[in-house]
Design a protein around this ligand. Structure first.
Ligand code: ZN
Length: 98
């Protein structure tokens, strides 16, 4: 069976709860609310036409048009092997920059 997650949303017409099976490679049959969709799922959502399970009103679901969140790689020193004391954060002795 193809992997999918389930997006739950409410019909704006009759408030019936609908569930849409979103097929995508990382699907784990998780259930998500329309307002709490993790990024790895959201990126797979395209504009989808469907009908309400309650009133059969044609609906379209897609991602809200909000600015894409930016993901920056954060690089920090791994201080887990250092002794305590914040000074060592800023004084990285002998770590390969010659
Ligand atoms: Zn409806």
């Amino acid at each position: 069976m193809e992997p999918y997650d389930v997006i739950m949303f409410y019909c704006p017409q009759c408030s019936q709860r609908n569930e849409h099976q979103l097929f995508h490679p990382e699907g784990k049959q998780e259930h998500y609310h329309a307002t709490n969709i993790p990024v790895h799922v959201a990126v797979n959502i395209t504009s989808i036409d469907l009908s309400c399970e309650g009133c059969e009103t044609p609906l379209n679901i897609c991602l809200e048009d909000i600015p894409a969140r930016q993901y920056n790689l954060l690089v920090r020193l791994d201080c887990s092997n250092m002794g305590s004391g914040m000074d060592s954060w800023y004084d990285d002795h002998g770590r390969g920059y010659d």
